[in-house]
Design a protein around this ligand. Structure first.
Ligand code: NAD
Length: 240
């Protein structure tokens, strides 16, 4: 999984480990401690690799190293992402490119490296990408056009790869979380958070623990006829 050192990735890693899966964390941050804790808590094998998902050569190297270390790779939770709250009129080209690079290009490079490994080894496998409800709606009051565009692209990339790779026995789905209380939105203005919560029919943000079951389901054999699907998990935010 990518982006597993903290937040949603870390929580989903723990859910998958609890279900018996060995875990490989690929993250820009050193994640050895997170992996060791998962191994200790759930009695599975867990490894950590520092890697920038925007660098395809690094991604390919890490994928090979992880496959060798673990013996096999079966599932990918493709989750690393960043957000930038800045009005579109003020965005520099570098800022725009950085968000698109991590959230869209990174998701593609990791999915591609994983699918290349599966096809080369003749194995089926599953991918769940982390998109966002921001791929479906435009959040307010914060301006985040780069993020919203990147996540809409992840939803359609998911469908596209699902269709291309069906012939290889690879299913590709995405989850689209609503507002989830993680470090990603930890520094956000309190008045924004109050406005978000007022607009959520559940009247609260979600927790990372409320996403793990969906990822587990999509990666499992309970979902063998499911691909190209985007599962929105948002406490009804996008429904009203
Ligand atoms: N928190 C939310 O409300 C929310 C809502 C919808 C979607 N999401 C998405 O969920 C995913 C996880 O978000 P989170 O809230 O856990 O964020 P987070 O900031 O807590 O964690 C993101 C992780 O990704 C890693 N990462 C960032 N850039 C990377 C790169 N270039 N290469 C490798 N790793 C990198 C970080 O080191 C970190 O461990 C993101 O894709 C985010 O867009 C979050």
């Amino acid at each position: 999984m990518t982006g597993g050192n903290q937040g949603i990735g870390k929580s989903v890693a723990r859910t998958l480990a609890e279900a018996g899966s060995d875990i490989v964390i690929i993250d820009l941050a050193e994640s050895t401690q997170t992996a060791a804790q998962i191994a200790e808590d759930f009695g599975v094998r867990a490894a950590a690799y520092v890697c920038d998902v925007t660098q395809p050569e690094q991604v390919a190297e890490v994928m090979n190293a992880a496959a060798q270390k673990m013996g096999t790779l079966d599932h990918l939770f493709n989750n690393a992402g960043i957000v930038l709250h800045k009005p579109a009129l003020e965005l520099s080209p570098q800022e725009w490119l950085k968000v698109i690079n991590v959230n869209l290009n990174g998701v593609f490079f990791v999915a591609q490296a994983f699918a290349r490994y599966l096809v080369a080894t003749g194995k089926p496998g599953n991918i769940v990408n982390t998109a966002s409800m921001s791929g479906t709606i435009v959040n307010i009051p914060q301006a985040q056009a780069s993020y919203n565009a990147s996540k809409a692209a992840v939803v359609h990339l998911t469908k596209s790869l699902g269709v291309e790779w069906a012939q290889h026995g690879i299913r590709v789905n995405s989850i689209s979380p609503g507002y989830i209380a993680t470090e990603l939105i930890g520094d956000v203005r309190e008045d924004w958070k109050r406005q978000w919560i007022e607009a959520i029919p559940f009247q609260r943000m979600g927790t990372p623990e409320e996403l793990g079951g969906a990822v587990l389901y999509l990666l499992s054999d309970a979902a063998t006829y499911t691909s190209g699907c985007d599962l929105i998990i948002d406490g009804l935010f996008t429904t009203v």
